[in-house]
Design a protein around this ligand. Structure first.
Ligand code: ATP
Ligand code: MG
Length: 568
């Protein structure tokens, strides 16, 4: 069993759920057993919000020698699919977590059915033949009681008969539902005779056409926790008001017996992030309507989108660690997530050279066909990452932005008459440029100083600017995809009067097709990370092939988050 006598000082750094778990362990609740679960509905891909729940559910089990199971809450066949089941498993594994067992709420359909019949027989549930609108109208408001359904007191045998026939497929969808008979005047709206079964005539991804009546999520969820022996049922704050109902169901199932084990539910704040939507329904809409290029579009907040964008599991887990768990809702600045991936890639990503918007630079005094292999350090933060070679030739490419013919003061890049250092190579002095008929710079000229190569006598000469470059003949063409925020407004969920699709940022994707990258990148594999020096972190997109290299910008180098922190 886990250490239970944790010193007080240590407790300060525990989150409130860890504190509860440690208390339970010290009181030997549930014989010291810790069992959690992650309960996604397989109706979409996981997003960064789910990662927060995953880190909690799996993290608690890992830390306290417990078990965390994966349970698919698959109670609505209309929206669910094996595609989602598979992607959810892949994403959890990628994040670095292991589940104990895989369960499905659909495995409990028979048990749930039997329980529903028990409720009917005990006059605690009835078949209501009113329409959904009528039922909603009778619900009342939080300050006024609801109205009893005219079917509320129908004979038990009648309800039981209808319930069974409902499942045989004798009735149309929406023609009737099974409701728990609790209290239409309860101050908790969830107690006002909640619907627990409805008719759905679509085949289920696991049970096929076996059932025509399906349990509602609220009926199945708490029961499933109970059937599995979950000790700590951890979820998000919107379920606080559902908790008494889950407890009520378990009371009925166990006939209120004293001392019967029951799962306890604890709630934490869900993750909301600026410039992002987190609702699966909206994310699905973006995918279905082609407003993004699939669930793994690098602009999506999905785990597979972040992976394709170049996020690492460590950067996501580091982010979740930083934001922590509380009992009040808020919204997290997306720049904190960007800060986490920068921090991780700074350690891991080799430095390479890529020119995104190239213009030719000709070193006029450099021998025509000469190629020099220059040493490029892979990571100044980590000597063990070694170095690689980069070819230097007479004709190079530099960034168009790195040259100005008539620069303002403090422009320390390339300009006629001034010296700059070419990274890993020589100091050069710009001698001029050529323009095409439209006045656009077509070539830049410079002379190099052969004594300024690193290690040579003049290599330490002071120059203000250092530029990255690639050789014109010894570099590879590449496409580079730059991503910006998917939404234009800080909190899309708050803009109630505007369709969220109108809030999309039209400039969220820029595709650059004329980029040049150093030859070393020809060896890259899909998802490999790099720092393009002076630009940002990039990874190789899985769409890439040897004829066409494609890179995604994970994040730029500048860090608005740590600057803001420094000011604060
Ligand atoms: P929907 O948006 O359709 O209600 P959901 O996002 O809640 O769905 P589920 O599949 O029910 O999706 O979520 C599985 C688990 O992930 C739940 O325990 C839920 O509380 C948690 N979760 C979902 N979204 C977030 C979020 N933004 N932050 C933290 N946890 C979340
Ligand atoms: Mg949910």
């Amino acid at each position: 069993m886990a250490e239970v006598n944790t010193p007080i000082e240590n407790k300060k750094s525990l989150n409130f759920i860890e504190q509860i778990v440690e208390n339970d362990l010290s009181e030997k609740k549930n014989d010291g057993r810790i069992q959690t679960r992650f309960p996604p509905e397989p109706n979409g891909y996981l997003h960064i919000g789910h990662a927060k729940a995953i880190c909690m559910d799996f993290g608690i089990a890992e830390k306290y020698n417990g078990v965390c199971n994966l349970r698919f809450d698959d109670t609505n066949p209309i929206k669910e699919d094996v595609e989602y089941v598979d992607s959810i498993m892949e994403d959890i594994k990628w994040l670095g977590f292991k589940w104990g067992n895989i369960y499905y709420a659909s495995d409990y359909f028979q048990q749930l059915w039997d329980f529903a019949e028990k409720l009917i027989l005990e006059d605690k549930a009835y078949i209501d033949e009113q329409s959904a609108e009528q039922i909603a109208e009778q619900k009342g408001t939080p300050t006024s009681a609801g109205t009893n359904s005219p079917y509320r007191n129908r004979p038990t045998e009648e309800s039981l008969d209808l319930f069974r026939r409902m499942n045989k497929g004798e009735f149309e969808e929406g023609s009737m539902v099974l409701r728990a008979k609790i209290d239409m005047a309860s101050s908790n709206m969830h107690f006002r005779d909640p619907i627990i079964y409805r008719i759905i005539k679509s085949p289920h991804h696991r049970t096929g056409n076996k059932w025509n009546a399906y349990p509602m999520y609220d009926f199945a969820h708490g029961e499933s926790d109970y059937f599995e022996g979950v000790t700590h049922s951890i979820c998000t704050l919107e379920f606080v008001v559902h908790r008494p109902l889950y407890d009520w169901f378990i009371d009925q199932l166990t006939d209120n017996k004293e001392g019967v084990y029951r799962p306890r539910q604890y709630e934490f704040n869900r993750l909301n992030m600026t410039y992002t939507v987190m609702s699966k329904r909206k994310l699905l809409q973006l995918v279905k309507e082609g407003l993004v290029n699939g669930w793994d579009d690098p602009r999506m907040p999905t785990i597979c989108g972040l992976r394709r964008r170049g996020y690492t599991p460590e950067s996501i887990r580091g982010f979740i660690d930083r934001i922590g768990y509380t009992k009040y809702d808020g919204i997290i600045d997306v720049s904190l997530l960007e800060h986490s991936v920068r921090e991780d890639l700074n350690i891991k990503a080799p430095r390479v050279s890529a020119v995104l918007n190239p213009v030719k630079l000709i070193i006029t005094n450099y021998p025509e066909n000469q190629v020099e292999m220059m040493e490029a350090i892979n990571n100044p933060e980590d000597e063990s990452m070694g170095s690689h070679e980069i070819a230097f030739t007479k004709e190079l490419y530099i960034e168009r932005d790195d040259f100005m013919e008539n620069p303002p003061k403090k422009f320390f890049r390339m300009t006629p008459g001034a010296e700059v250092r070419l990274k890993n190579a020589y100091i050069v002095r710009c001698t001029g440029c050529k323009k095409d008929e439209k006045g656009e710079i077509s070539e830049i000229y410079a002379e190099y100083d052969p004594l300024t190569k690193s290690g040579m006598s003049d290599s330490n000469r002071k120059v203000k600017g250092t530029l990255h470059w690639v050789s014109a003949s010894r570099s590879l063409p590449a496409e580079v995809r730059l991503y910006d925020r998917l939404f234009n407004v800080e909190n899309p969920a708050e803009e109630k009067d505007t369709d969220f699709r109108e809030l999309l940022n039209p400039g969220s994707l820029t595709v650059l097709t004329n980029c040049r990258v150093e030859e070393e990148l020809g060896k890259a594999k899909a998802y490999d990370h790099f720092q393009f020096q002076r630009i940002g972190y990039f990874n190789l997109d899985p769409d890439s092939n040897p004829e066409k290299l494609i890179f995604n910008r994970t994040v730029s180098l500048k860090d608005s988050w740590s600057k803001a922190q420094a000011k604060a």
